[in-house]
Design a protein around this ligand. Sequence first.
Ligand code: EPU
Length: 294
Amino acid sequence: MSWFSGLETIVRTDVPLCDHTWYRLGGPARWFCLPRDENELAVLITRLRDAGVAWRILGGGANVIVRDEGFPGAVIRLTGDVFESVRFEPGGVVVAGAGADLPRLVRTTLDHGRVGLETLAGIPGTLGGALRMNAGGRYGEIGHFVGWVRVIGPDGRVQQRSRAQVGFAYRHARLDDCVVCAAALRLPGGDAAAARRRHREIWLEKYGSQPALAARTSGCVFKNPPGDAAGRLLDQAGLKGTRVGGAEISRRHANFIEAHDGATAADVLNLIALAKERVRATTGIELEPEVEIW
Ligand code: EPU
């Protein structure tokens, strides 16, 4: 009996992941799972754990590099009405599902006169992915707004974790042992028109200094080391425009790698290794990837 017997309606086999990542690179997932609600998700995770099958949750695919060989386990996507829901509650609370598209969530809250998420303008991905790595930029990060996060814990049960329990830090949250299902964000009212203007300004600033939206990238490749900027270090090391196969270090912002036609995931990974080595050799600083490599 296979690990997913009885779950055939939500489990597919050998699904190409290049259709699901911003890089549009990488091989297939052995299994690709689309649970429709938290119960199905909990059952799925328990089965995978009991069968010893490796699994990952795929958000918007904005921060992941899938190897050309693909992923030999199960990839789970949280789509559909339950996981993409957004609910406005009294007291400035917005409860959203992990699968909610972050840029759309930002715009929806602004349209409802809620203030705060404009600081996350231009950050791609889903709410779940953003929470997992406390996505943010110069003007703010998602963890700042969190009231609680509802997760499926390591025991397969639903739990609620407070912001303090999650311990948001720079590109980090204590959510590695669980799956995020939903979260409550605290967004007070305020000057909604000013927030919408700010949203537009930040968005324009980012797209003036970063590769075009149409470019195939995974956002910033490396985390900023304490007190410095990875983009500046990579730039100073003379890496802009450096190519391996079809992968190129962006000429606009050195912490982005663009995939051109014909690029493979191996090209991107080899270019990451080359850039890391060059920065280590010139500055002694050890850059750590921000992207996940599957
Ligand atoms: N810089 C260079 N050369 C470059 C790129 C940057 O010299 O090619 C310098 C800039 O002049 C600046 C410094 O490096 O002095 C920092 O650059 P920037 O202001 O562009 O911000 P960043 O630290 O590189 C961070 C986030 C971005 C986010 C921006 C804007 C990280 C690793 N990156 O970039 O997030 O969009 O701030 O808010 O924290 C992402 O997470 O994927 C991402 C792109």
